[in-house]
Design a protein around this ligand. Structure first.
Ligand SMILES: *Cc1c(COP(=O)(O)O)cnc(C)c1O
Length: 367
């Protein structure tokens, strides 16, 4: 079993297998043996009911267990993200990918993840659940929330198994320089996974870092259909990584992880008519982001609008309580991020429809 997980000699100039960082006990994990997937035969092997439930219009029938790691979806996502099928794991949102990575690489009570706050909250939550530690290396305030590469490298210890980098970063909107992420990959090679969460990449007009997967066996990229593809409710995210890492995560993920309705929604979203509409909508969000950023910058209620490469803006207000209340009174919910010490008086505003954005501007200006 273990031998199959060693990197093939043909793999890129790997200095070491990323599995050297994984929990050793999991390398011998016997995965759950799910019912065989042979769609040409009739299923009397999985204890399902032979009839569909009332009102079930799904293609495959909700009475049936779904295909584990559905082949067609994996192929489409591999094409979308420009990787091979063995470099990709599909799960219920990137959240599942984050959870699996932390569980696979961090021994409870011993290992840690490194994060750069203010950033996405799930990295810390997943670490807590696993019993892993959290090493905080805050983003640099003096340079508008750039990564503190020096501190990240200085504070790395052997127990730090994963360094999470969220780019574009939630909630600041910052797209980190490719050269900085590259430096992390070079310096941390063999020391820690560098997990780059690119949930908002489609709004950044940047190719992202997935092109380096062969060069850096310790690089992991997280992508999702939740944001630019408008499928947050379907729960479909992808981990892109070295085939050894993917192989380990595949043995850990629950056997029927992708529900059939999610599979069908994701497949439809990846057909060309839906892709054209999704691309147009991203363009519209970018135009609205630009319009909102200028209007907010000119508003007397606003102290600061940070540049954003995502579908939201981080904004510091003069009287943030009044703005938050005015937005609510106008029927609009915005994200209160003031809990973070570096984000005093700040709100995170998601870019909505032009009409919603106008209402938000009106609320800001009357607050
Ligand atoms: C929204 C978001 C995700 C997406 O999570 P899903 O589980 O795929 O919906 C991942 N990372 C960041 C930073 C996010 O903001």
């Amino acid at each position: 079993m273990k031998a199959a997980l060693q990197p093939k000699p043909t793999e890129a100039p790997a200095t070491s297998s990323p599995l050297q960082l994984a929990r050793e006990d999991l390398l011998r994990l016997e995965p759950y043996r799910h019912a065989a997937w042979e769609p040409s035969l009739e299923r009397l092997h999985a204890n399902e009911l032979p009839w569909r439930p009332l009102g079930d219009n799904s293609r495959s029938g909700l009475n049936r267990y779904p295909e584990p790691q559905p082949r067609q979806l994996c192929e489409k996502l591999a094409a979308l993200y420009g990787v091979d099928k063995d470099q990709l794991l599909v799960g219920r949102g990137s959240d599942e990918g984050i959870d699996l990575l932390v569980r696979a690489f961090c021994r409870a009570g011993r290992d840690s993840v490194m994060i750069s706050p203010p950033t996405f909250g799930m990295y810390a939550v997943a670490a807590h659940i696993q019993g892993a530690g959290i090493v905080d290396v805050p983003l640099r305030l003096d340079t508008d929330f750039t990564l503190d590469i020096g501190q990240i490298l200085d504070r790395w210890r052997e127990v730090v198994k994963i360094v999470f980098v969220c780019s574009p970063n939630n909630p600041t909107g910052t797209l980190f320089a490719a050269s900085e992420i590259e430096r992390l990959c070079v310096e941390l090679d063999g020391k820690a996974l560098v997990a780059v969460d690119e949930a908002y990449l489609e709004f950044a007009q940047s190719p992202g870092v997935r092109g380096w997967l062969r060069r850096f066996p310790h690089l992991v990229v997280l992508r999702t259909l939740s944001k630019a593809f408008g499928l947050a409710g379907a729960r479909c995210g992808t981990v892109l990584a070295h085939p050894d890492v993917i192989g380990l995560l595949r043995r850990m993920i629950p056997p029927y992880a992708i529900p059939s309705p999610t599979l069908e929604a994701a497949l439809a979203a990846l057909e060309s008519p839906a892709r054209v509409i999704a691309a147009r909508r991203v363009e519209e969000i970018l135009a609205e982001r630009q319009r909102m950023a200028s209007a907010l910058t000119q508003s007397a209620a606003v102290q600061r609008v940070w540049p954003s490469a995502a579908n939201f803006l981080l904004v510091r207000f003069r009287e943030v309580d009044r703005v938050y209340a005015a937005a609510r009174a106008g029927g609009l919910l915005v994200r209160d991020v003031r809990g973070h010490p570096d984000l005093a008086d700040c709100l995170r505003l998601t870019i909505g429809t032009p009409e919603q954005n106008d209402r938000l501007l009106a609320a800001v200006n009357t607050a």
